[in-house]
Design a protein around this ligand. Structure first.
Ligand code: ATP
Ligand code: F6P
Length: 448
């Protein structure tokens, strides 16, 4: 389906332009929240971008000490205002020249005067302004935030972490002297208090704003992982056919028997009280059958619907529907099978799954190739031109662990051969046995 700027499939947000203005003392998770909003919106095809005032300030003042942020420091004040103005200027340019939809202004924006200036400067262009304030008075959490992300920030590169933490606390004190929580009732705002323990919402105006609010309400920062596995090799995989509701192959059943042990190696232990989600298709239910955990079937996790091509091999599709075959490879994300779905449709179907995954702690998901590609793309920030072409092999557990500014990925490969169902662009090659390792294999990488 063709899209214009700012169109969410099934929902028109074409005329909406929003500036999300972060508000909060340092080390309250503003940058992390901003990054998550951008990733979520981009996944939904909404053009979104963060403008971080700290990045602009660093061009002139790369490593300031706490007194730079003292309001009695006039030169510091002037330079900070200049950094904010430069960020807002670039943001307005982005809205007008690149037709952006949602910009996030990431700074402390801690006084009413600063917020008034932002609301007036941006509002005059018909851009909606929505404030998102993060308030937190949990001293232990703030200290651990400082140690986790601030002592390694570019502001303190090469410095002693203890001294960096001390200076950062003094920076926070300087901000506390002038900080004013949002009380401006004529503004659109969301206040997240102590990581969403309490949420205050004021004057939400439209659909896109309400999606952002709902997303923010589901976020948490408890340590957790998400485990993803495709179903074991199916009889349709062996025959090279797509879609269908086939049983597992004998090797697929072996994978289902091995899965509890692979999950144990991947860090799932019974005390974790994990829930296993499957689709409603036989092959995922059979794959999860020996996992000793609560299970939940989701229709939304069913494989991409290939419509009239369901049950055919890629060769047969190329023979019977050559134009469709070509069109799909030209733009795989947007191509919708006759009577079926596109990757774009699938992402919309998976949105409630992502929302629930954000809310949950540990979850294991046993599902299908295209579905895992979309879920993986969300967590790992993979763009739409690449996500439908990612290799997600059979008989492999992918463990994703969200960290402060990225997601850690580990792969645990079972020692059970399976065909590769990956088809490179413009090829109709038959499914063949993939290389199989002699021992269970582990690989680790991190996206930031
Ligand atoms: P600064 O003003 O210095 O840029 P910041 O408010 O942008 O700070 P981040 O850099 O995003 O703070 O801090 C990230 C840390 O905050 C992470 O360790 C993350 O776990 C934690 N965090 C995330 N959300 C919240 C929240 N709502 N309240 C408090 N801490 C949070
Ligand atoms: O203190 C954290 C920080 O992100 C700085 O890096 C940045 O210069 C500042 O906040 C921006 O906020 P403000 O415009 O309120 O000074």
């Amino acid at each position: 389906m063709p899209r214009t700027n700012g169109t969410v499939v099934g929902t028109q947000v074409e005329d909406t332009r929003i500036c999300v203005v972060m508000v909060g003392l340092p080390a309250r998770g503003k940058s992390l929240i901003a990054g998550k909003i951008v990733r979520y919106l981009r996944w939904l095809s909404v053009d979104a971008r963060t403008f971080n005032v700290g990045t602009y300030r660093r061009q002139d003042t790369p490593q300031p000490t706490a007194d730079f942020f003292d309001t009695n420091n006039k030169e510091g004040e002037r330079m900070r205002r200049a950094a904010a103005e430069a960020a807002v200027k670039d943001m307005l340019k982005w809205f007008s020249q690149e037709k952006g939809t949602v910009a996030i202004l990431d700074a402390t924006n801690s006084t009413q005067a600063r917020r008034r200036w932002i609301a007036q400067t941006i509002g005059q262009f018909g851009i909606e302004v929505m404030f998102v304030e993060s308030k937190c008075d949990d001293e232990d959490l703030i200290m651990s935030n400082i140690m986790e992300v601030k002592t390694t920030s570019p502001d303190y590169r090469g410095q002693d972490p203890e001294l960096a933490a001390k200076d950062f606390r003094n920076r926070i004190r300087n901000y506390e002297k002038i900080y004013e929580t949002i009380t401006e009732t004529d503004y659109t705002y969301v206040k997240l208090i102590n990581v969403g323990t309490q949420v205050v919402i004021n004057c939400i105006q439209d659909y896109l704003q309400s999606r952002i609010v709902y997303f923010l309400m589901n976020l948490h920062i408890k340590p957790r992982s998400i485990w993803l596995s495709r179903h074991g090799e199916s009889m349709f995989n062996l025959a090279g056919k797509i879609g269908g509701d086939a049983d597992l192959s004998p090797r697929g059943f072996r994978y289902s028997e091995a899965l509890p042990e692979i999950c144990r190696q991947a860090g799932i232990v019974p005390e974790q009280n994990i829930t296993v989600w499957t689709s409603t298709m036989k092959r995922t239910i059979q794959t999860a059958q020996h996992l000793p955990y609560n299970k939940l079937q989701w229709k939304a996790l069913d494989e991409l619907d290939s419509g009239t091509c369901d049950g055919l091999t890629y060769e047969e599709i190329e023979e019977q529907f050559p134009e469709d075959f070509r069109a799909r490879d030209d733009d795989k994300y947007n191509y919708r099978y006759r009577g079926g779905e596109s990757y774009r449709d699938l992402v919309i179907r998976l949105e409630p799954i992502i929302m629930e995954m954000e809310r949950q702690e540990n979850v294991m998901v046993v599902t299908h190739q295209a579905v895992i590609r979309c879920i993986y793309a969300y967590f790992m920030n993979v763009p739409q031109d690449r996500s439908p072409w990612m290799e997600i092999p059979l008989h492999t557990v992918i463990k994703l662990t969200p960290k402060a500014y990225g997601t850690k990925e580990e792969r645990f490969k079972a020692n059970i051969p399976a065909v590769s169902t990956f088809r490179p662009k413009y090829s109709s090659a038959k499914h063949q046995d993939a290389d199989s390792p002699d021992v269970n294999e582990l690989s680790v990488k991190m996206n930031v």
